[in-house]
Design a protein around this ligand. Sequence first.
Ligand SMILES: Nc1nc2c(ncn2[C@@H]2O[C@H](COP(=O)(O)OP(=O)(O)OP(=O)(O)O)[C@@H](O)[C@H]2O)c(=O)[nH]1
Length: 318
Amino acid sequence: MSKSVTILTGFLGSGKTTFLNALLIAKKDKKFAIIENEFGQEGIDGELVMKPDDSLFEMNNGCLCCTLNDNIYEILSELNSRNQEYDELLIETTGIADPAGVANPFFGNSEIKRDFSVKRVVCLIDVALILDQLKNTEEAIKQIVFADVLLLNKTASVTEAHLNEIKETLEKLNPFAKVFKENDGQFPIDKIYATERDQDFKTGGKDTSHDHKSGHHHHGDIASLSFVFDKPFNEKELQMRLFGYLVFEAKDLYRVKGIIHAKDIEHRLILQSVGQSLVITGGRKWDEGEEKKSRIVFIGKHLDKSLFEQMLNGSLAE
Ligand SMILES: Nc1nc2c(ncn2[C@@H]2O[C@H](COP(=O)(O)OP(=O)(O)OP(=O)(O)O)[C@@H](O)[C@H]2O)c(=O)[nH]1
């Protein structure tokens, strides 16, 4: 029997990993294989997903809509040979992936079509940022247009009127998708799960190929900068400098994610920033003898590497 596939899409920082974790908790009775992909060399999302076991296939350094097309056959064939070990497949795309490109192998290759069935493409929407994202990026539009489920997220951050305006805009872009709202931080997972892609009506069978054959990225001028540090950070200094950067310089910085080793702190610090917000929380404890490295990824346009280097180097502990 073919395995059900759910594809999670949504612009950078819209809440895909948060949703994925909520899904894993809500569907504890199922065993998921997860393909996690991120834009930027340092794989971070893999650490943020609460792994149910080792069923996590992570591919770094590229966008799923490009690299997955090269690796997907290998990955899916491995998944197939281990098909007794899991029930369903979840794919979290990068925040700038074109989901049509990601789904393409599932619709275009007969063997894959036999073994895997895309049940739904869920697009997370950051309601505070989506209208700007739609103005500024083509990817946000492509993600919405391709989805079966549009999930309005971070709804507490906007007024009801704004939410309705967004809903209207989205329904114009994709009248076929079901629109759900996150409700007080609770995702309506069962309702989303009950939504299945209509294979005939949607892109199934159509040629969804796109122009990524060369492996070259066509994501406008969005780029990522990744940094790895062996030396520990000074938490306060890092927080202060990053916050200053976000407030004064961050116009074209869409996303910051980091796993931080800070001096005198025995667990990881998880650094998250979308727009101008900056949140630092405690992560997993470092294991005994584990090599403690910090990894930070910045995603945006016109990023000045030397400025980030300066900021980060200046935040290292003495
Ligand atoms: N206020 C609020 N914050 C949220 C909500 N969902 C996610 N976040 C926060 O938004 C940030 C981004 O969430 P992620 O789940 O990592 O987003 P993502 O889409 O996986 O991010 P990328 O992989 O970079 O594209 C994190 O700091 C989350 O804690 C929400 O419903 N409300």
